[in-house]
Design a protein around this ligand. Structure first.
Ligand code: NAP
Length: 247
């Protein structure tokens, strides 16, 4: 039995990961920022699969909220074996010259600072040299980190490239402390994130031009995350796995 915490699990890839983890019998702490109804719905679906679920509101850019989120998950589930650093956002497509300071700050705060705060708390709570029981961390990066997302989101692409570097560094820092750290880099995946960037049809439109000729699904990304969390991936550490249909 494993207990895992997923940030941004009320919708999209995080939610699909929660449900697949539940299929494996794992207990899941579902973090969300604002959509409590969506988080409760995800929790009900986890429970319908016979697994334990709890929801925990918390903005990942808020240091105290991140600490409280881990307190809730650890106490509520009875220990933690895995963390998925998933919460992330895009902003409307623009060239860099048009981006405001507020937008740049939000994109870097949620995607980079929020992920570092989550990963730091996982290191504090799960490291075997700090009394934790070790486990696995999976960071949700993006193919944007290597494509650069010109004229759309060079801010987001840079933020995700920071997470690739974080993954490599933490795999070496935390491997000896009992935590494997890996990342997935999804490509064009059908979730609400594209509508939040002003292009609801983006995944379907651009997905058609990828080698597999379609966008991916959140379930297909969840498969890779759950594998990296599982004991089947016991020797994977510092891996960055592209789930892009070959894009
Ligand atoms: P999504 O459907 O828009 O869901 C985003 C999730 O993140 C929601 O649960 C949201 O909570 C949560 N969230 C947003 N800001 C937060 C904050 N400050 N604190 C805590 N939670 C926050 O997105 P998605 O497509 O599943 O994306 C998940 C991850 O995959 C992101 O890191 C994204 O960059 C990455 N990714 C996605 C794609 C893609 O094509 N979809 C491709 C590559 C990478 P609320 O519901 O409460 O708002």
């Amino acid at each position: 039995m494993k207990n895992i915490l997923i940030t941004g699990a009320s919708r999209g890839i995080g939610r699909a990961t929660a449900l697949l983890a539940a299929d494996r019998g794992w207990s899941v702490a579902i973090n969300y920022a604002s959509d409590a109804a969506a988080a409760r719905s995800a929790a009900r679906e986890v429970e319908a699969r016979g697994s334990r679920a709890l929801t925990v509101q918390g903005d990942v850019t808020d240091e105290a909220a991140v600490a409280a989120m881990f307190d809730t998950a650890l106490d509520g589930l009875g220990g933690l074996d895995g963390v998925v650093v998933n919460a992330g956002v895009v902003a409307p497509s623009l060239p860099l010259a048009e981006m405001s300071l507020e937008r740049l700050q939000r994109v870097f705060d949620i995607n980079v600072l929020g992920s570092y705060l989550t990963a730091r708390e996982a290191a504090r709570r799960m490291s075997t040299d700090r009394g934790g029981r070790g486990g696995a961390m999976v960071v949700v990066s993006s193919a944007a980190a290597r494509l650069g997302s010109p004229n759309e989101y060079v801010d987001y692409a840079g933020a995700k490239a920071a997470l690739d570097a974080m993954t490599i560094g933490l795999s070496k820092e935390l491997g000896p402390r009992g935590i494997r750290v890996n990342a997935v880099r999804p490509g064009l995946i059908e979730t609400d994130i594209h509508a939040s960037g002003g292009q609801p049809d983006r995944a379907a439109r651009l997905g058609a031009a990828t080698p597999l000729g379609r966008a991916g699904s959140a379930d297909e990304v969840a498969e890779s995350i759950v594998w990296l969390l599982s004991d089947a991936a016991a020797y994977a550490n510092g891996a960055i796995l592209d789930i892009t249909g070959g894009r």
